[in-house]
Design a protein around this ligand. Sequence first.
Ligand code: NAP
Length: 482
Amino acid sequence: MTDTKYQHIDGAWIDGESDEQLTIRDPAAPDDPVITFQQADRQQAKTAVEAARAASDEWAATTPDERDAIFYDVADRIEDNLDSLATTLTREEGKPISSSRAEVSRAAEIFRFFASYARTATGDTVPSNDPETFTYTFREPLGVVALVTPWNFPIATPSWKLATALITGNTVVFKPSSETPMIAKRLVELLEEAGVPDGVLNLVVGPGSTVGDEITTNEQIDGISFTGSTGTGQHIAESVAHRGIPVQTEMGGKNPLVVLPDADFEAAADAAIAGAFGLTGQACTATSRLIVHEDVAAELTDAVVERAKSLSVGPGMDDPDMGPAVSADQDETNFEYVDIAANDGATLLTGGSRPDGVEAGYFIEPTVFGDVESEMQIAQDEVFGPVLSVMEVGDYEEAVSVANDVAFGLSASIFTSDMAAARKFTEQAEAGVIKVNGTTTGSQIQMPFGGMKASSSEQKKEMGQRAYEFYTHEKVVYRTDP
Ligand code: NAP
């Protein structure tokens, strides 16, 4: 690939001006670099913020039909380019090609869904105590927003942030993960082709520590939406706390799947496998703790181990059940946690090694540990890889207590046919997203999404019917006509 202009500032595609280069590697074949290009530096990030500021008033003044036309157009363009976008995604992130295709389709769906917001985001008219005074609220854009995204859903996550920010009339500086700039660039190109004006959407590709830091701490930024690790999210929130601007941080998870003795056994085993090993465990909502009632623990554990052993692992382009880890760092982390769990006394039931015959690529077998206790590091830390811990409990109360015994609170699921227990779980589980008889992963775009505890700043949820609230100020008006 020869196109190395990855920075998009004020409508122009330009080279990065940092001394540092970024090399993108296929995680299934990292010895052959896919592309190398120059990263942005702090000054370019500043220029991008200035461009977004300069374009802000004009974009905010566009009419709903002008904005939604662009969104319907970009949705069509994404679908027209589905194959090439999915291939790009799999080559840089590694996920199975069918998962990449599904994610690209979802991006199109997101733009169509949020297109309608241009016309339907509303305020309230409220009865007034004074007959001469009309009381109402309305919403207006924040101004310039910084969007910072991770690599694991590298087109879906940027799409839901970009769609909501742009449709509500904000201009944007977007910094994707340094692991997945190729798909980010393609998305910005399509938005530009669909008619997003110069300066409204700026892309800067460079290190989080400089480029990410500049766009989040720059005084001209009016709001920040971040998705990524808890450490980075909390750092960003602390850095800008003094400014009092809206900061949305959606962060890590350590998600429990609870199985009671009356559960549909096959469905529970399938959900554990899909949640733990789908997307190589690289989902913020991945199932990392299987909390099982002792009456069914042995049987369920055997079923899960058997299914884990049967999963195919290989390059994403071959569409296996499980692809590689995204990077050398994540690969190292996966194997580190295998050692940590074993040293802490957990029992390795399957996996923990490279699959047979692998000569290159960041592959690990689907890994299941038994005899895991809540105080072990493997039960507390987010691995973000395909490592599942099985934890045995005596009753429902203990199951909830173990489920909640972590810093995180993103997603939680219970399998049971006892709907009273299910309802109690929806109330008692400390998680922003709760499933009953479903995988911890997966969400619908018309439903709000976000966590609690160390998983989220809880500044409005993303997605869903009112996601636009984060990207807008609410103004309250008392109007007395002369
Ligand atoms: P990360 O290391 O925190 O990076 C996320 C983004 O922040 C990247 O674009 C990164 O840039 C940037 N960044 C790093 N340091 C920064 C700084 N000082 N200032 C501003 N930006 C900075 O996370 P990741 O490894 O990409 O993603 C995995 C994590 O995301 C997991 O913890 C996962 O649970 C979480 N996640 C959460 C959700 C959710 O909705 N709750 C969804 C998906 C993923 P560089 O790439 O250049 O470092």
